[in-house]
Write a protein that binds this ligand. Structure first.
Ligand code: NIG
Ligand code: FE
Length: 389
């Protein structure tokens, strides 16, 4: 396949970008992109460039999703306005309500509903995914979630990095008891999972639970990811130091001293921050301190968003990130957090041919608010229909 006379805006050809590199994109106008066997074969100047050329950016990589779940929670939107996310959860709603519906949902329904979501995400430009368990709690339901992810992966031939997530303490259980169960699951599912994640927060798990669980995962060669400081800061950064944690997610309540200690990628989840009415005031410090920043959708029954361009638009309007920052965060840097930045995440020969052909310049993303900026999406060299959405 040949994409003729396109203008390219891509992250630099690096493992990840921070600092001044984070503020820019590699821009090459009037190029021909040759795609062969799902990869970018070459990028060369167009021989007879016409004036008009379409803009192309890398497809998105979503490093934080809760793609697989049963039921929906639209009834909580208005409830959260009076009660807040934490109180809904404490009363057995929120994650607990999704655990119930996921447990009751048969595997085929779970597969079909998750499939619908991921296909929508692909049509909105996402090519690479991370997906978490965590709405099962019990091993057999967690396994059902993993089965669904593997079925989707086989069917669509897209990459889904899988994460075993300790989401909340069982309703009539305790942390200590669940730690043993969770460690057993890590052992049982090793080989099928890429990461272990813990939701460390008020109403969820303590930092010491996370330390033990991730230490155990690390001893089996499985890196950690964490949901941290989303609602409240429980001192997790200090307690988790020294572990192999590749991504610190949310981080809204983190302070600047703690930021200095973070080694892994920080993944921000803009729609969730807005949903929780958080200011995101720490984001500027994250940028200034040259942290490796990635961005995810956090698609979940709480924040049901399948459009990455919409998440970028919200972040661009409300938070201190430029469009260049946001493209870097949601392509190369998010691939880096999934150990994929050497094979994907930017437009360079040899990399996977995952790209988005835009209707206009990339600067219009988040400007023409709520409009779909995408003309077509190419994933592993295959074009998706441009007229869906
Ligand atoms: O990343 N914080 C925990 N997990 C999700 C929300 C899940 C839910 O509410 O169902 C998150 O925000
Ligand atoms: Fe999450």
């Amino acid at each position: 396949m040949l994409l003729e006379n396109v203008s390219i805006a891509s992250p630099l050809n690096k493992k990840f970008v921070t600092g001044s590199d984070f503020d820019k994109l590699d821009i090459l106008e009037h190029q021909d992109i040759k795609i062969l066997n799902g990869k970018i074969e070459s990028i060369t100047p167009t021989s007879y460039p016409k004036k008009e050329s379409r803009w192309v950016i890398p497809a998105f990589c979503d490093p934080h999703t809760h793609l697989v779940f049963g039921g929906t929670r639209e009834n909580e939107i208005d409830l959260r306005k009076t009660m807040g996310y934490g109180e809904v959860l404490k009363r057995g709603g929120g994650i607990y309500s999704t655990i119930k519906s996921t447990t009751e949902c048969d595997e085929d329904t779970l597969y079909n509903e998750s499939m619908e979501r991921i296909v929508s995400m692909m049509h909105h430009g996402t090519a690479i995914f991370e997906s978490k368990t965590g709405y099962g709690i019990k091993a057999e339901v967690e396994e059902k979630m993993l089965d669904v992810m593997e079925r989707i992966e086989r069917k669509l031939r897209v990459r889904i990095k899988k994460t075993l997530l300790a989401h909340v303490v069982p309703r009539n259980g305790n942390e200590k008891g669940y730690l043993k169960e969770f460690k057993d699951m890590i052992e049982e599912f090793r080989g099928r999972i890429d990461y272990v994640d813990v939701f460390v927060d008020d109403g969820a798990f303590s930092p010491s639970f996370a330390r033990e669980a991730i230490q155990f995962a690390n001893s089996l060669g499985i890196p950690g990811r964490v949901h941290l400081n989303e609602l409240k800061n429980l001192g997790g950064v200090g307690i988790l130091s020294g572990l192999d944690i590749v991504s610190y997610d949310h981080m809204l309540e983190t302070n600047e001293v703690e930021l200095d200690k973070i080694r892994g990628t920080i993944t921000i989840l803009p729609f969730t921050a807005i949903n929780l009415r958080k200011s995101g005031s720490i984001f500027s410090a994250m940028k200034e301190k040259r942290k490796v920043l990635a961005m995810g959708s956090d698609l979940s029954p709480n924040t049901y968003i399948t459009s990455f361009p919409l998440a970028i638009s919200l972040a661009r309007q409300l938070f201190p990130f430029t469009i260049e920052n946001l493209i870097n965060m949601s392509t190369l840097n998010s691939c880096y957090s999934l150990s994929l930045s050497e094979v994907a995440g930017s437009l360079h020969p040899g990399k996977e041919a995952n790209l988005i052909v835009l209707k206009e310049g990339f600067g219009k993303i988040g400007y023409k608010f709520g409009e779909n900026p995408i003309k077509s999406v190419i994933i592993n060299g295959k074009v998706l229909r441009a007229d869906r959405n």
